[in-house]
Design a protein around this ligand. Structure first.
Ligand code: PMV
Length: 358
């Protein structure tokens, strides 16, 4: 598919006003996306678990207007957020060619997250995917014949233009984004459900998110992605991500949890190694991130239980493990890891199945 296929034909219906609502989850990458080309095209393919409980709920109200300007208001938890407007205006400009109705309506965007705003959990994936889905629901009213597969694909395509990893939040439970030679149908333009066999071990996989640092990140992911231009290890890294995704496929099929741990932890540390070797260099992990990693390794060695960690672009630690060991791992989290969390806070999440219309 090319970008052209997301430019709609003339709309067959007209509408005056209405409202639509979606909830859309966050996701956590196993093979990481870090580095992009123009137009939010990833430098390498990535794959993520869709989460279940960390999500954004967005209601979009729309009413017909006559001028040729973007017009919208944004509310977070009922409070007007003018600070969000530039990001959304940029998003609207980028997607206008694919959603030509955007200037025909005034929009009110009312949004809330199920996770604390200052948790250090990025809301851009869930937030941008929820908004993209709401906009697609408006387009569906203008083009009622649109089928579900195209709806999801275009929602992911639009979400990507808002925030790259947001394109992996539309469906579940495992989503690939970025062209990979061994994954038929994979595309740089949108995320799609991993199409091959996945072992029972990964059904209902758990993700306990340890909130190590709830503050604002010192370096945004936009800046981090840009630092991959002229990065001394960039090409090697992009190649490695292709190789790692290829290696993950048989692991997902056979349920080899030891190999899963090795690959996922290496991906997390490689992501942070890229940050530490950028110019300028930066570190998003905190001392407690490392304390937790060491405790997880010691726990795994002592008990032989399959538990591993991953990181996104921040200090928080995602503890990943199969449902069968939930009791032991949560006991370990409570006894040994919460002391490293800000205000002893953590979130119990698990693999989910994608966004829902409300
Ligand atoms: O979607 P962005 O631009 O916020 O980038 C997210 C990048 C990572 O979370 C670090 C990795 C990933 O693949 O999600």
């Amino acid at each position: 598919m090319t970008e052209q296929e997301f430019i709609p034909p003339s709309y067959t219906k007209t509408i005056e006003n209405g409202k639509v609502s979606w909830e859309s989850p966050s996701n956590i990458a196993l093979v990481k996306y870090w580095g992009k080309k123009a137009d939010q095209i990833p430098e390498n393919p990535s794959i993520s678990f869709t989460l279940n409980d960390c999500k954004t709920i967005t209601m979009l109200k729309f009413s017909k207007k006559n001028d040729e300007l973007f017009s919208f208001d944004v509310f977070l938890d009922g409070e007007k957020q003018n600070a969000f407007k530039p990001k959304i205006e940029t998003f609207f400009k980028r997607i206008e060619v694919y959603l030509p109705f955007l200037k025909s309506f005034h929009f009110t965007i009312e949004t809330k997250n199920t996770f604390p705003h200052s948790s250090g959990i990025a809301s851009s994936a869930s937030g941008m995917s929820a908004l993209a889905l709401c906009l697609m629901s408006v387009e569906k009213q203008l083009l009622p014949d649109m089928d579900e597969a195209y709806f999801n694909k275009k929602a992911s395509f639009l979400a990507r233009l808002g925030s790259g990893s947001a394109c992996r939040s539309i469906e579940g439970d495992l989503v690939v984004w970025g062209k990979h030679n061994d994954i038929e149908g994979s595309s740089d333009l949108f995320g799609f459900k991993y199409p091959y066999k996945v072992h029972e071990n990964f059904k209902n996989f758990q993700d306990t998110i340890l909130l190590v640092d709830k503050g604002q990140k010192q370096v945004s992911s936009t800046v981090g992605h840009n630092l991959m231009y002229n990065h001394p290890f960039a090409l090697q890294r992009f190649k490695q991500a292709h190789t790692n995704l290829g290696k993950l496929m048989p692991i997902l099929e056979t349920g080899d949890l030891k190999a899963f741990t090795d690959l996922v932890e290496s991906e997390a540390l490689t992501l942070h190694a890229m940050m530490m070797t950028s110019m300028p260099y930066f570190i998003l992990m905190k001392p407690n991130t490392l304390e937790i990693i060491n405790k997880i390794w010691a726990f795994g060695n002592e008990t032989g239980l399959p538990v591993c960690f991953t990181l996104d672009a921040g200090a928080n630690v995602h503890v990943l493990y199969p449902e069968s060991v939930t009791e032991q791992v949560l006991e370990f989290v409570k006894n040994e890891l919460v002391v490293y969390c800000e205000n002893r806070q953590y979130i119990c999440d698990k693999i989910g199945f994608g966004a829902k219309q409300l």
